[in-house]
Design a protein around this ligand. Structure first.
Ligand code: ADP
Ligand code: MG
Length: 305
């Protein structure tokens, strides 16, 4: 049973007045004029980051991955809460962790309003609350013929993680490692895309897997043209074409946005955004024009796969 089947079997959305419940990047609840958008994500030591990671990176990522879920909805982040489980009191660790998390919070004008602190295996849970001033980008709105676009350079973070697992201390000039350690949530882009995109998701588990959620919930198929993947020069230099394509398609942790938009949509106004394919009748995600050595079967990271 994978995590999605587990959620569907044991935690079906109950009755209530939520505007959007289980199944998207965030939930939306009514609140006066602008609804509130809420997401929560947990990072577990040794599973979501290598054991012994820089505490600044852990603090940054714990908030960034949540801001990324709000970005995928087109929401404006406002508040967060922090549930922190620590094996021991460590002043240096806490200082590095909190400074990085609060620096990111300040950049996005997010206020830390509460949380919980306990002793146990290192686990960080952050919940974010945002304001849905724009129409939300759902996973279910894509239609055959829509363009598929992605922000940034997918694959970099997965390559960076690989490097971190081989060499614990790559320096700050290592752009691939930095993309894993300090991902930039695409909050402004999400807000700009809301109202234009037909569907959106953030890439946490890999492009194939996450685009697969859009396809499944939109009841259509998706085609990615591998020659259009925005592979970064650093990724190509480190891994070559075939491996770079595989990392971009299947590697997680990028926290870029993947979205669909009507066929006459224009992405040239957003320098960060590249069209990589289109939606079609059918189901699933197909990759065309891949390098002959590229395997396109892998469907992304699953906790209970
Ligand atoms: P994301 O990768 O965007 O954070 P997930 O893949 O973790 O989303 O979760 C998929 C959906 O299932 C989300 O809408 C999430 O809120 C919901 N979900 C995950 N775990 C639970 C749970 N234990 N109970 C209820 N809903 C859950
Ligand atoms: Mg998400």
């Amino acid at each position: 049973m994978n995590e999605f089947e587990l959620i569907a079997q044991y935690f079906k959305s109950g009755d209530g007045d939520a505007l959007l419940g289980i199944g998207d990047d965030a939930a939306i609840i009514p609140a006066g004029e602008a609804p509130l958008t809420i997401a929560v994500d947990t990072l577990v030591d040794g599973r979501h980051f290598p054991h012994g990671s820089d505490p600044a990176s852990i603090g940054h990522r714990a908030l960034a991955v949540n801001l990324s879920d709000l970005a995928a909805m087109g929401a404006t982040p406002r508040y967060c809460t922090l549930a922190l489980t620590l094996p021991e009191f460590d002043a240096d660790w806490l200082s590095g962790f909190s400074k990085a998390m609060l620096a990111l919070a300040a950049r996005y004008q997010v206020q830390l309003i509460g949380g919980d602190t306990t002793r146990g295996p290192l686990t960080v849970t952050v919940q974010v609350i945002g304001c849905q001033q724009q129409p939300a980008m759902r996973r279910s709105g894509a239609r055959p013929g829509d363009l598929i676009a992605v922000s940034g350079h997918p694959g970099d973070a997965a390559a960076g993680l690989r490097r971190l697992l081989q060499d614990e201390r790559p320096d700050t000039t290592d752009v691939l490692a930095q993309r894993f350690l300090f991902p930039e949530p695409r909050v402004a882009l999400g807000q700009q895309m809301a109202g234009q995109a037909s569907a959106a998701i953030d890439i946490s588990d890999g492009l194939l897997a996450d685009l697969g959620h859009i396809a499944a919930q939109s009841r259509c198929g998706a085609v990615i043209d591998a020659t259009r993947l925005p592979l970064s020069p650093a990724l190509l230099a480190a891994h070559g074409r075939a491996e770079a394509e595989m990392l971009a398609l299947s590697g997680g942790d990028d926290y870029e946005l993947c979205f669909t938009l009507p066929a006459d949509g224009d992405v040239s106004q957003w320098p960060l955004v590249t069209v990589i394919g289109h939606c079609e009748q059918g189901d699933g995600v197909r990759v065309i024009n891949a390098h002959p050595d590229t395997q396109t079967e892998y469907q992304g990271y699953q906790h209970f796969g």
